[in-house]
Design a protein around this ligand. Structure first.
Ligand code: ACM
Length: 507
């Protein structure tokens, strides 16, 4: 069967075969049975896509959704025939992903709706498939975050990384350090309103994510990106260092230079640092990560470590070594941006997050590889491919261009994870994460426009077989399959960018 005649599924499944029989017709009398969460999830997708309200049956039903233990983590199988649909998952997560795939298979059929006869056997390539949302540069309320969770989960992503703090603001309430949100949460870039998550908000986000089989990875960025900490605790923060790099940013984007004790709402980076040689700094770090540990069931705590341009290399190494040990001692796995790979004694479980280019520049590849040599692993977020805040070549005015932008959908797609960091085996790659920074991204609609369709390219890099191992893993196939999802995305309320690189289906 030629790839072009297969039903469109994104991310591409590991195995898909078209059946020879007639499609399964969906109607008001189609009955669902099996796992309660999965039937509810499928009924919601069918209702949004078709307007049909499907009911659950007690005994045998037309559509069966069952957990049948034994398969690989997150795996599922779908068999659609004229008279029946069976979806099985090795665990609840696999079944949930099977339901997402089934939703993508729904097609208009004359006046009605159907699912094509097909067999799919599917499991992810990488264990970690993430989306990062920066809620520091612009605050995004709980409902917007839940929208991101729904959208990412529909593409089989399983981690939401929240960039909770930066120079502009601190967005998470902590009992041990209440001054942080009291004094440092009001700003956003450009003078826009700020905000923060209460502990209950955060728990609500964590619960909602879990219901979509996603973990939350909280990031507290340090030792740089910490101007806001100084609004609450001046004794922990160095004076801003306003060097040439900062002056260039001010010249390009406008805004005032950072001043100690004054909220910062510009876009410059690299001027702030925590005090590395104050023991009070490490008491602060222990309080913050201790409280986050208690609120975060997922295994990871991210401590940033990027762009600490005003911290000396020796101080940086000392700091990230100590912070990684604090997090490891709390029983969590530390995660850091790849710069922290420069520190030789970093906790050996630390996961590096690579944000260099698809072809590493400078020493970014070596720093990333150091995490693996040290015993940890890597998450790949190549900025010139899957930084979702880069401008499109044509389209909305939103976005930045520093990562060799503008970034087309084709470029977001056309890279192979195992080829990025030299000397790193596939087994050491934990997974992939698309990142959405929000200097220019202010609303839920902005998030949709910048993320979709490029987030689907990241999802495919994380879930699907390697390029070369599947006839579906080509740009030509991807653009057709993504185009076929347009009507589903519209039905789900996703305001995607109608990129002219994609042949969007009408219905
Ligand atoms: C980053 O983009 N500074 C991680």
């Amino acid at each position: 069967m030629h790839a072009a005649s297969l039903p469109a599924v994104v991310p591409a499944p590991s195995s898909i075969e078209a059946g020879s029989g007639a499609p399964f017709r969906l109607s008001e009398t189609t009955s669902l049975a099996g796992d309660a969460d999965a039937t509810a999830a499928l009924a919601a997708i069918v209702l949004a896509r078709t307007g049909l309200s499907l009911g659950a049956a007690e005994g045998a039903a037309d559509v069966e959704l069952r957990v049948t233990p034994g398969g690989a983590p997150e795996s599922y199988r779908i068999d659609v025939a004229e008279a029946s649909v069976v979806v099985t998952g090795a665990h609840a997560a696999g079944l949930f992903y099977g339901v997402q795939t089934l939703g993508q298979l729904i097609a208009r059929d004359g006046a009605g709706w159907s699912l094509p006869a097909v067999s799919i056997d599917d499991a992810p390539r990488f264990a970690y498939r993430g989306l990062m949302l920066d809620v520091a540069r612009h605050f995004h309320p709980v409902e917007a975050v839940k929208g991101c969770i729904d959208r990412a989960a529909s593409l089989k992503m399983n981690a939401l990384h929240l960039h909770l703090t930066d120079d502009q603001a601190w967005r998470i309430q902590l009992d041990s350090r209440p001054e942080l949100v009291e004094r440092a949460s009001a700003a956003s870039v450009g003078g826009d309103p700020g905000g923060f998550y209460t502990k209950d908000d955060y728990r609500d986000i964590v619960r909602y994510a879990a219901s979509r089989h996603m973990i939350v990875v909280p990031e507290i960025d340090m030792p740089g990106h910490t101007h806001a900490v100084g609004l609450a605790y001046p004794e922990l923060a160095e004076e801003p260092v306003v060097g040439d790099h900062i002056l260039e940013t001010l010249a390009e984007y406008g805004g005032d230079a950072p001043v100690a004790g004054v909220p910062y709402d510009g876009m410059a980076v690299g001027f702030s640092s925590l005090k590395i040689h104050e023991e009070a700094t490490y008491d602060f770090v222990a309080d913050v990560f201790g409280e986050l540990t208690a609120m975060t069931p997922g295994p990871y705590l991210h401590f940033g470590g990027d762009e600490s341009l005003s911290t000396s290399a020796a101080d940086f190494d000392e700091f990230v070594t100590r912070v990684s040990a604090i997090i490891a001692d709390l029983g969590k796995t530390p995660v850091a941006w790849h710069e922290a790979g420069a520190a030789k004694d970093i906790a050996d479980t630390t996961i590096g997050q690579y944000w260099g280019f698809v072809r590493p520049q400078g020493d970014s590849g070596e720093k990333a590889r150091a995490f693996v040599d040290n015993g940890g692993g890597l998450i790949l977020s190549p900025a010139d491919a899957i930084y979702l805040d880069m401008k499109y070549p044509s389209g909305p005015a939103l976005g930045l261009t520093w990562a060799d932008g503008p970034t087309s959908v084709e470029r977001a797609y056309s890279w192979e994870p195992s080829d990025v960091v030299p000397g790193v085996d596939e087994a050491a790659i934990l997974g992939i994460e698309a990142a959405l920074w929000t200097e220019t991204v202010c609303t839920a609609a902005d998030i949709d426009t910048m993320a979709f369709p490029r987030i689907a390219a990241a999802a495919e890099a994380g879930w699907s077989p390697a390029t070369g191992d599947s006839e579906l893993r080509t740009w030509a196939s991807f653009r057709e399959r993504v185009g076929a999802l347009g009507p589903l995305w519209t039905a789900m309320g996703i305001g995607f960018h109608p990129s002219d690189e994609i042949p969007w289906a009408a219905e």
